[in-house]
Design a protein around this ligand. Sequence first.
Ligand code: AHG
Ligand code: MN
Ligand code: MN
Length: 355
Amino acid sequence: MATSTKKPSGNGATTAASIPGNRIVTLDEFIIRSEKDFEYATGELTGLLRDIGVAAKIINREVNKAGLVNILGASDSGENTSGDMQQKLDVYANEKLIECLKNSGECCAVASEENKDIILVPQVGSKKSHYVVMFDPLDGSSNIDVNVSVGTIFAIYRRKSDPNGPATIEDFLQPGTRQVAAGYVLYGTSTILVYTTGNGVNGFTLDPSIGEFCLSHRNMRIPENGQTYSVNQGYYSKFDLEMRRYIDQCSDMNYGLRYIGSMVSDVHRILIQGGIFLYPSTRKYPKGKLRLLYECNPLSMIVEQAGGKAINTQLKRILDMVPSELHQRGTIAIGSPAMVDELQAFIERYSALPL
Ligand code: AHG
Ligand code: MN
Ligand code: MN
């Protein structure tokens, strides 16, 4: 994994394994302990991860009572005594993330699925920030109304522009290999925050009784192989021929089909149990539907850091793609390394066949 801030290996970097296993380790403690692993250990990255953790707790609180809010009768005017509760949850999540990141001034700009352009973060005091953050504030938001898991995805990059001036779009249009940290929060049966800074992947489950994310999944490793595939098979007839044939093969091999429709949830399951997630091109989305910068790249960094692979259907590594637009879409195949290799070999073999 090429990241700009990771120190070379063998530097005694903090790993989950180096933290005693017999006591509670909070996300904040883990982040602070890991700070020394970075070349530029100014505390900015630590602060950013902490800000995202705080925003995740606030979003979690609203996600958990989303149904209740509706039952209690949100007024048609969209206003009630407690203010923004009636906003669509993805707008709410977006606002909270931006708010938390702006308050501390640990990053100089953010970009979100919910905003067309980048948003500059005003300098707080004399602090000059070297980082930009981008996110999908609520992934799988159509699942909210039916009590199905949703998530938040984030990616952090070191800015390329001069820290004395404003951030630019170029700070965001960097290949995924330049991510210095990436992660997601899954608001599921329990809420878990999973992140990497290029030194492996760790997961922190929210303990609601103390309001803290606690280290629960140390040094996560994706299974080499799996028995399930995850794709919106409803679009089968809209997929390219080789993808249709690959899906036929999955079925012939008795692989189970699992598709939640929220990428965070589908990829989290695969990270833990193994499998492959696919979002190929369709007639509606010839370039793929998912967004490279705040969906595919951060999840690819996580999966690669856990020993998995992520490519697009042109068989290019996702993290090597050089983006040209903030909201660029791409195709993706991500998951257990043996399954991604198998897909790659299948497409190579299939496209070599005479028409
Ligand atoms: P979002 O809610 O952020 O717009 O993302 C939804 C994405 C992704 O999470 C999911 O995998 C995919 O859209 C589902 O798309 P289909 O309904 O086309 O399968
Ligand atoms: Mn999404
Ligand atoms: Mn979204």
